[in-house]
Ligand binder design. Structure first.
Ligand code: APR
Length: 238
């Protein structure tokens, strides 16, 4: 039997079992006196880059010791055996590649990538804490910034297009650990449904997508996803 084409959308919930603080957890813990939504903007970086960098350096330190969980590992296993598979993530924590996933589209960037605010330089950098802070471009001497999408910034159109195509062509969409309220990410799985495909959701609770989903598996995705995959891979002879 030919294995189905699968497109996956992940959000903060897939990393909750790894202890990664979500953006909203970070907000809850009130880093200094700031509302993180006011720091994760291009305007804040322009006004006070040192404070914005200190906030990201703190988040990098919180994420540095986190390890992939069984949900990340299951997605990496699917990537390894399914010929047509795309993982689209809203997460910036880098746990999908750490688990071994290869075909990843990063909708909101990657906190372990730094890029220059002036020239085309970019680098992978896992140092936490960073020294010096803010980091400086070795190519032109200007400041580097975290390669993440801030509030008010556009998503990369090429990545969004590739994600949209993957979900449109998919036989099965998996939506894992996302509140499915942030657009355009939440729209992607509807492309699969609109072409007659199936949508399976994995979350602790019901979301705005649940009413449309073929099935919603309630519970921690580090438990529900490996179970789902074990049953399917046998049926598909994988
Ligand atoms: N397993 C599965 N789902 C979980 C788990 C778990 N162990 N723990 C929590 N969840 C679910 C929650 O029920 C919630 O629906 O994960 C979801 C997390 O939702 P959000 O915090 O809104 O995260 P996300 O959907 O990724 O947010 C999208 O918004 O804050 C911005 O840019 C940020 O990328 C982020 C975007």
């Amino acid at each position: 039997m030919t294995p189905p084409r699968i497109a996956v959308l992940t959000g903060a919930g897939v990393s909750a079992g790894s202890g990664v603080p979500t953006f909203r957890d970070a907000a809850g813990s009130l880093w200094r006196q700031y509302n993180p939504q006011d720091l994760a903007t291009p305007e804040a970086f322009q006004r006070d880059p040192v404070t914005v960098w200190e906030f990201y350096d703190w988040r990098r330190q919180l994420m540095a010791d986190c390890q992939p969980n069984a949900a990340h590992e299951t997605l990496a296993a699917m990537d390894a055996v399914l010929p047509d598979f795309t993982l689209v993530t809203q997460n910036i924590d880098g746990l999908h590649p750490l688990a071994g996933s290869k075909r990843i589209l990063y909708l909101h960037g990657d906190i372990w990538n730094l890029r220059c605010t002036s020239c085309s330089y970019s680098e992978v950098n896992r140092q936490a804490p960073l020294d010096p802070l803010p980091p400086i471009c070795p190519q032109c001497g200007e400041m580097l910034r975290p390669d993440v999408v801030w509030f008010g910034e556009a998503l990369d159109l090429d990545i969004l297009h590739q994600a949209s195509v993957a979900f449109t062509l998919a036989d099965i969409a998996l939506v894992i650990g996302t509140s499915a309220v942030v657009y355009p990410a939440a729209q992607l799985p509807l492309n699969t449904l609109n072409r007659g495909g199936k949508l399976y959701e994995f979350n602790m609770e019901r979301t705005p997508l649940s009413g449309l989903a073929t099935a919603t598996f309630l519970g921690p995705s580090e438990e529900t996803l490996p179970r789902w995959w074990d049953e399917r891979r046998q049926a598909w002879g994988l």
